[in-house]
Design a protein around this ligand. Structure first.
Ligand code: ADP
Length: 301
């Protein structure tokens, strides 16, 4: 287990920002930490990276306790904070050299060259950070987070404020980097989770309200599978329906969306109807529930 959290809580004055959350993230997973603004994502990440202490609860990251072994945790973690705090009047190489120095990296020059290549910064590496586009500034932030060759990457809203092209590129980069690391990334964009993550943790009002594999969450309402099917010829509804399968929506006399608790019940039913009626299937397609809808359903108060 790369990240283990138990009853982690942060109270600011009167406000409970993170409310006794527990979660586990396995080695090698890319987990999306999704929630509306103010849900407690950044606060959780700051506690996991030892930037702020929890009010109560415990966590271990990369095998070390955040309270007892903060320095070891920091050596295992690469962190990209929400407002990527770069020094705009430093050159890219100069900044990475500075970060390498803080991290006590030996063989700094070759490490920096590797990071520049890995994050696609070659063309920009001799520019001032302040002159870079937001997407390239994020790459510098990622290079900084990767400096100590961390086992775990914690990325707070890594794509916020990027234009659509930069978004695609940074997502691709994170996915590539994530092949060798455990990644926890926060976002308020459901689509991003769908594209990059294996699993999603949804936080709302400081509490974890969902912990699901991305495909499971995308599946259909209340665990029902939805399948869209189009036959060549009209077909009677009564032919399609049985004790396991119901019609979710009828779009024409040959075009249906059918639903069942098990997908195999739908497939078997459609196959039987098709054969007995000599009515072939033009199209059959699994329908996913719109992820934005799932997110809204889960996080609405
Ligand atoms: P998110 O990252 O999901 O947008 P945050 O973790 O930043 O959420 O914030 C969670 C809640 O805690 C918010 O209501 C926020 O206003 C509050 N909060 C965050 N940081 C502080 C702080 N330093 N002092 C007081 N309240 C804070």
């Amino acid at each position: 287990m790369s990240i283990q959290v138990s009853g982690l809580t942060k109270v600011y004055g009167e406000q409970t920002a993170v409310d006794a959350i527990s979660l586990n993230i396995n080695k090698g997973e890319i987990v999306g930490f999704l929630g509306p603004n103010g849900a407690g994502k950044s606060t959780t990440m700051k506690m996991l990276t030892c930037y702020i202490p929890p009010t109560s609860g415990t966590a271990s990251v990369g095998g070390f306790d955040i309270l007892k072994d903060a320095l070891k945790v920091r050596s295992k973690v690469g962190y990209l904070p929400e407002s990527n705090p770069l020094y705009f009047d430093m050159y890219v190489r100069e900044y990475l050299d500075f970060i390498g120095g803080i991290n006590g990296i030996k063989n700094r020059k070759s490490k920096i060259n590797d990071l520049i290549e890995q994050t696609g910064l070659q063309k920009e590496s001799n520019k001032l950070i302040g002159q870079l586009s937001k997407g390239y500034k994020q790459r510098v932030g990622l290079a900084q987070a990767l400096m100590n060759d961390p086992e775990v990457l914690i990325l707070d809203e890594p794509t916020s404020g990027l234009d659509p092209n930069q978004l695609v590129e940074i997502r691709k980069l994170i996915k590539t980097i994530g092949q060798e690391k455990t990644v926890m990334l926060s976002t308020h964009i459901m689509q991003e989770v769908e594209q990059m993550c294996d699993r999603v943790l949804i936080i709302n009002n400081g509490k974890i309200v969902a912990d699901e594999k991305v495909e499971a969450l995308a599946e259909n309402s209340q665990g029902q599978f939805l399948v869209e099917v189009i036959f060549t010829k009209p077909i009677a509804v009564t032919e399609l329906v049985n004790e396991a399968v119901t019609i979710f929506e009828q779009r024409s006399d040959r075009h249906f969306i059918v639903s069942a608790r098990k997908r195999i019940d739908i497939t078997n039913g459609i196959f039987r109807v098709s054969v007995t009626n000599e009515n072939s299937v033009i199209e059959i397609k699994d329908l996913k529930r719109d992820l934005e809808t799932v997110f809204r359903d889960i996080t609405k108060n």
